[in-house]
Structures are given as C-alpha cells and as structure tokens.
Design a protein around this ligand. Structure first.
Ligand code: 5GP
Ligand code: ZN
Length: 128
C-alpha cells in the first residue's frame, strides 16, 4: 500500500517512528499506541498509517480500512484486559468506550484519523 504522510502531522510522525510511541499493535496499514494523556486505565489510539484527517475525508473506498480499525478494538480489549466478562450468574463487568472525533465541534485535537479505545476500572476522567 502506498502511504502518504503529512510533514506537520504528529500521528504521521508516530506512524513512521520519527516520534516514539508505546505501541500495542502494528501491521502494514494500522498502528495502535497508548494515549500520552490517558483518560482511563486503558486508553489506546488506533490510527491508519496513511494520513486521513478524520471521518469527513472518508468515503466508500475507506470502508475496508475503517472496518479493520474497528475490528481491532475487541482484540485489543482482550489484550489490554478490558474486554467484557460474564460471571457464573451472567453478571457483566469490564467493557470499553470507542470514540472517533471529527472536527472542531467534536473537539478533535489531532487531525489524523484515530479511534480511541478507553476502558479499565473506573473512575475515568470526566467528560469522556
Ligand atoms: P482527539 O481529541 O483529537 O480525538 O484526541 C487526540 C488524542 O491524542 C488526545 O487524547 C491526546 O492525549 C493524544 N495525543 C496527542 N499528542 C500525542 C502524542 O504525541 N503521543 C500520544 N501517544 N498521544 C498523543
Ligand atoms: Zn497524519
């Protein structure tokens, strides 16, 4: 896959390794790493290696990539021990929030598409 990177984009620099990150998953098209300011015990960002600013730049041609990014979430939840558990009486525990910010009203800070996976024992930061 041809990868396009933006010179002034911090997540492009993380994708190329120019800026270090605490990686939890990597393949040819996707990287997942820990958020530098975690909002909860588990806070992972899943990014495409190619530069896409946000969901507003996506169309049907991105469906496969977006699907693979989301399909990674439950695998990372198991890896990070925040997946959903059920006890012998069927009571559920664990779980995670999955979030994609796009544009100013969402308060997107970094304009390189990313899926937040936020989980672990509460309390979490307010307003997440
Ligand atoms: P947004 O508000 O754009 O959805 O979220 C951007 C996230 O990226 C924030 O949670 C912020 O803490 C995280 N972040 C910003 N810069 C860096 C960085 O250099 N390294 C890492 N690991 N996370 C970052
Ligand atoms: Zn970028």
């Amino acid at each position: 896959m041809k990868e396009k990177h933006m010179d002034n984009c911090i997540f492009c620099k993380i994708a190329t390794g120019a800026i270090p990150s605490d990686k939890v998953f990597e393949n040819d098209e996707i990287l997942a790493f820990r958020d530098i300011h975690p909002a909860a015990p588990v806070h992972v960002l899943i990014i495409p290696k190619q530069h896409i600013a946000n969901l507003s730049e996506c169309d049907d041609s991105h469906a496969g990539l977006l699907g693979r990014m989301l399909a990674l979430v439950p695998k990372l939840a198991v890896q990070e021990a925040c997946d959903i558990q059920s006890d012998s009486e069927g009571n559920l525990s664990g779980g995670y929030k999955t979030l994609i910010n796009s544009g100013p009203d969402s308060r997107q800070e970094v304009y390189h598409l990313h899926v937040h996976m936020i989980g672990g024992s509460r309390p979490w930061r307010e307003n997440i």
